[in-house]
Design a protein around this ligand. Structure first.
Ligand SMILES: *[C@@H]1O[C@H](CO)[C@@H](O)[C@H](O)[C@H]1NC(C)=O
Ligand SMILES: *[C@@H]1O[C@H](CO)[C@@H](O)[C@H](O)[C@H]1NC(C)=O
Ligand SMILES: *[C@@H]1O[C@H](CO)[C@@H](O)[C@H](O)[C@H]1NC(C)=O
Ligand SMILES: *[C@@H]1O[C@H](CO)[C@@H](O)[C@H](O)[C@H]1NC(C)=O
Ligand SMILES: *[C@@H]1O[C@H](CO)[C@@H](O)[C@H](O)[C@H]1NC(C)=O
Ligand SMILES: *[C@@H]1O[C@H](CO)[C@@H](O)[C@H](O)[C@H]1NC(C)=O
Length: 442
């Protein structure tokens, strides 16, 4: 894919003479091949195979007459898989030490650099991802691009575990998998062994590097070795497989717990598991320790029970019990409510006093009412006797008045009752005085 650019032969000849002064290329020969003034003489080609992490230089040797550098914009570009990887504007070289004009890093990666002197592409440390098809190009303003041939880069990946297998805690009775993956060129074979040489135990199988435990049992506990191999060699990694039982509450804290001030609060918490879980208590998500609790009042018993003596109002809150081991963590919470004796007794006394006052008032009203009623009836009796004595002498007008008086106690309307009561009270005092006088006389 060599594109050729025609310029006047004189210009071409002089330019080539300047550029290739030591090359021993005659003007006549240049004129014969004529138009080959902008070209890439050596670029990436064929297949390059390198080991991962080694360094590499892909060449791009080009011819560019000075005349182009002076008058045109020229870009040197490296492409990988048809995408621009690095490019550099060559600019004017004519003696004047100009600042480098433009460097466009399409993908920032310090591992890969374009050598501005030679045009070659330099890899500090090759990675597997660098594999691909490379090509270098010269882009002269106003011309069609000049491209090198394309070269393939193949990276021999080092044999390695990816990721490194790690020790595992498997839950007793569960179905579990332990992975071992290896990378390398050519693709490695991966297999598991017990210890370093033994066959795998029953109910444990190896599927292309994945250990499968069907029903984890205590006998399966132990060391397992993963071996990866290819033509480069062999690597191995040994991991410990531990069989555990996740922590479980055998006695979870139950609540809410209500305790009186100065009384004792007891919160239980027990757990089972393999390895045996530890028990930690917290109050409102802050772990209780010797520094934030009063040791005279707070006691964590051997069996996990938390005891708080002489409970104070500020002890109220959510108490969490966390059970934990290498097999996991669990937390349960219980609410502690502190009842205040003082306010409770206060309220009882207040209630009793209120009840007594009410009863006394009711009694007073009842007694007064009865007394009034009695006096009233007595008075009415007297009046009726007097009226009876003068019955003949009195006309109908007096009779109306009596009817009204007799009906009065039957009035039941609420808004009238207080008024009536007041008037009755007034009446009663008069009546009382009258009856008193009457009694005295009797
Ligand atoms: C790059 O482009 C060429 C021609 O356009 C094509 O044949 C080739 O498959 C492309 N390569 C990639 C990696 O896309
Ligand atoms: C393998 O699994 C089967 C069924 O789950 C069980 O009966 C047997 O005891 C296991 N063998 C061993 C060695 O654990
Ligand atoms: C392992 O993988 C290969 C190809 O990746 C496949 O052909 C083979 O069946 C797999 N073996 C098992 C035991 O899964
Ligand atoms: C308690 O305080 C002491 C001294 O301030 C400190 O050394 C210790 O680690 C603390 N304990 C806890 C459980 O925070
Ligand atoms: C833990 O021990 C204390 C005293 O030894 C006892 O009162 C409490 O009931 C025990 N807790 C449980 C959950 O049995
Ligand atoms: C509060 O009541 C508990 C039991 O109900 C008792 O043990 C405690 O002494 C009481 N505290 C006060 C201050 O009366």
């Amino acid at each position: 894919m060599k594109s050729e650019i025609k310029i006047s032969s004189i210009l071409s000849c002089s330019a080539l003479l300047i550029l290739l002064s030591s090359g021993g290329v005659s003007c006549a020969r240049a004129a014969a091949s004529s138009q080959t003034d902008v070209s890439i003489t050596r670029g990436p080609n064929g297949l390059t195979t390198v080991k991962e992490q080694s360094s590499l230089e892909l060449p791009c040797v080009y011819q560019l007459p000075d005349v182009y550098r002076q008058s045109n914009s020229v870009i040197l570009r490296w492409r990988k898989d048809n995408k621009t990887l690095r490019q550099w504007e060559l600019g004017q070289v004519s003696g004047t030490n100009h600042e480098p004009q433009l460097e466009t890093m399409v993908r920032e990666d310090a591992r890969i650099a374009l050598n501005k002197e030679t045009g070659s592409l330099h890899f500090g440390s090759v990675l597997a991802s660098d594999a691909g098809v490379y090509q270098c190009q010269l882009l002269v303003e106003g011309q069609s691009p000049v491209s090198s041939g394309s070269g393939s880069l193949e990276v021999i990946e080092q044999l390695k575990f990816m990721p490194q297998p790690t020790s595992k805690n498997l839950e007793l009775g569960s179905v579990s998998k332990v992975h071992c993956k290896a990378q390398g060129t050519p693709t490695p074979q991966v297999k598991w062994m017990r210890e370093t040489q033994l066959p795998l135990p029953q109910n444990v199988s190896d599927h292309n590097g994945t250990l499968i435990f069907r029903g984890v049992s205590n006998e399966q506990r132990g060391q397992y070795t993963c071996v990866a191999s290819n033509s480069q060699g062999q690597i191995s990694a040994t991991v410990a497989i531990n069989v555990v039982v996740a922590p479980k509450f055998s006695v979870p804290p139950v609540g809410p717990i209500e305790v009186s001030e100065e009384d004792i609060a007891v919160m239980h918490c027990q757990a089972t598991g393999e390895p045996k879980p530890t028990i930690r208590w917290d109050k409102d998500l802050t772990y209780l320790n010797e520094n934030n609790t009063d040791p005279a009042r707070f006691r964590l018993l051997e069996n996990g029970t938390l005891e708080i003596r002489n409970v104070q109002a500020e002890d109220e809150g959510n108490y969490g019990c966390t059970i934990g081991s290498s097999a996991g963590l669990k937390r349960e919470e219980v609410l502690l409510v502190v009842r205040s004796n003082k306010s409770a007794s206060n309220s009882i006394v207040t209630r009793i006093i209120i009840v007594i006052i009410c009863l006394a008032f009711l009694y007073f009203v009842l007694v007064l009412g009865l007394k009034l009623w009695y006096r009233y009836r007595r008075h009415m009796g007297k009046v009726q006797l007097e009226d009876g004595a003068h019955a003949a002498a009195i006309d109908g007008h007096e009779g109306d008045h009596h009817d009204h008086a007799e009906h009065e106690p039957c009035l039941t309307e609420a808004n009238n009752s207080s008024k009536n009561l007041k008037s009755k009270l007034r009446e009663s005092t008069i009546l009382e005085q009258e009856s008193q006088v009457a009694d005295d006389i009797v």
